[in-house]
Structure formats: C-alpha cells, structure tokens
Design a protein around this ligand. Sequence first.
Ligand code: SF4
Length: 379
Amino acid sequence: MPKQRDAQDMTYRGFEQGPIRPPSEAHSLLLRVTRNCPWNRCTFCPVYKGARFSVRPVAHLVRDLDAVYEAVQQLREGTRDPAPPGLAAFDPRAWAAARNWSGSGRRQVFLQDANSLVVDPGDLAAILRHLKTRFPEVTRITSYARSNTIANLDAATLADLRGLGLNRIHIGLESGADQVLKMVRKGATQRRQILAGLKVKEAGMELSEYYMPGLGGRRLLEVNALETAAALNQINPDFIRLRTLAIPTHTPLYEDYTAGRFDKATDVEMARELLLFLESLSGISSAVKSDHLLNLLPEVDGQLPQDQARLMGIIRSFLELDPELQYIYRVGRRTGVLWGLGDLADAGKIARVEAICREYHLRPDDVDGITDDLMRRFI
Ligand code: SF4
C-alpha cells in the first residue's frame, strides 16, 4: 500500500490523537503515527470509512513527543493547570494527554492508527528512539497491525523494533476461515494470519489476536469457529480477545445485511459459535479476554488451558436458560442493567429489566432486532 503525503500532511497541526484504541490501552499515551487505515476495505468496519490514509512525518512525531515532554515537566514542577499563557511549547491537546498519562505513571504508549507497522521501519525506529529518550520510564509500547503487513516484514526488522521497545502487537484476525476473510474483504488468508502471528511471537513481542464471533453469519457460523480455532491453535497468542459482531449502519456489511445477502446470526447462535470455538482450542496457553461491551457473556474471560472447561460451562449455562430468562438476560445485558449471568440472581436488577420490557413493549419475538439496535450504540 503506497504511503500518501501531500502539502497538507507536511504541515504540523499540533499534537494529534486518532479515534480508537484497544480497551487495554486506556492508560496509555496515544501517539498518532499514521492517520486512518491504509487498507480500509473490511466490510464490517466503520472506523475510517471515507477518511484518507496518511503517514505523519517523523519530525511531527518528534514535536508531539516534545510537547508532551514539556507538559510533563510543567506538571512535575507543579504548574497549575492549564499551563500559563506564554509558555512557548504550550499545546492544549498535548497538555491534556500529558495530564491523563501522568495520572497512570507514564508506563504505556499506544501507536495509532490502524496499522503503524506500515511505516518505513527506519522512520518507526527513529520515533521509538525519541520516545525512549524523552520517556525512559515507558515499559510497554503497543500498536495495531495488519497480518499482511507483518507477514511482509522480515524477522530482523521486527526484532529491531522489539529491541527499541515495541513489545506488544494487536492484530485484528477477526476470523481464521478463508471463506469468511474473503467475504468481508479482510485482505488476509488463514495462512498469512498464522505466518504473521508466529512472526510477532518469534520477535519476542506479546501478541493479541481479535476474534469476531458472528462474522461468518449463519451460513459460515461453524466454519468461522472451527477455522479460527485452528489458526489460533497454531499461533498460540498471548491474548485472544473476543469482539462479537455488530453491524453499524454506515458499513458495506450493513448494505449486505439489509439486502439479504448476509444472514446475521442471533445472540444465541453466536453463543453456540463461541462454544464450538472454545471446544476446538487445544494445546495453547492464551488468555481469553472478553473486554468489550459488545460481548454477551463477559464472564467468558480466563486463562487457557486451566479455565477452558469453566468458560465453556458459562456458555452452556446461558444456552440452557429457560427461554424467558434468556430473553431477560439479553435485554438486561444490552441495556447495561445486567453485567453478566451472575446478575440473574439479583431480584432488583431483574425487576428493572422487566420494567424496561414493559415500558418499551418488548416481547421475546422481537428481541433480536432490539439487541441489534442496542449493540450499535456500543460501536
Ligand atoms: S484493517 Fe482494521 S481498521 Fe482497516 S478497515 Fe479493516 S478492520 Fe478497519
């Protein structure tokens, strides 16, 4: 994918941050190395649609880091917030980022946006060096990356970046099934996903892989579970992060859905897919994380292999619920009244969900449409 720069990109516009980060990077300094996504074709993804990709010049990242450094020095000296007028390097966004970051000890940095590994490795190395010079206390530097980008990098380049502090990569695997990957235009195959995951691990970096139950729809539900588990069994990532499919209105997948070309699975069917996926994992020691509001069952969170049976038991408990209680749980979880299955023992919370159902005239036979609408609000 060619890097795009024009005169506007070469003009420094002050400290920048992109729109998203993984939930696990809530305490990180967000450092915008690129803008938007160089691929931008995945049919389910709303984040950067219509936004042009660009790589920010190294000099701009140096200025961002210097601005945060300056703000951190002022905070250390006890300068009142906001910074005094006339401070040469004052940038309100850098100041806000420095204040938030200092509150969590300034240990973690997340490189934005969708695929920082597409940056020329020499430029990325220069950014990492300046980062570590300014903030030697940083212990974790993380980035999103596409499998195809990683698969095209040589092992020595990844090892060099690891040596400069880049020590965790998040890959949006989404699925390990070639049919699903092709259908949603992920731009990767199972073979390339496995190659990329193994390369990250061989470089000594921590690896998070995201799995999206439901991405194959009803038609490819089983294959999505089985082939994704098969890929992850070969990679053995440090983390498997669950992101249940939701379909935002402004995506190509929504057009497929409304035109009848994509048969979306229900919550219950996606729970069956997740159970099949977990049953099919073997020989790996990943942590399974359910760290997103889109997931129906947040308790499906634990360490493999020792927690595998417990995690499967949680899903079976949901699937075996009385249909009326299953309906109450789905509405309760999607409206934020219930956190997890354990809340079904809380009579007060159940009464609140029942009141919501009465107030909005909800019935079990329209719960799928309602939960779709509610899930879109979390994206
Ligand atoms: S690569 Fe990631 S950010 Fe880019 S379109 Fe696909 S899911 Fe979205």
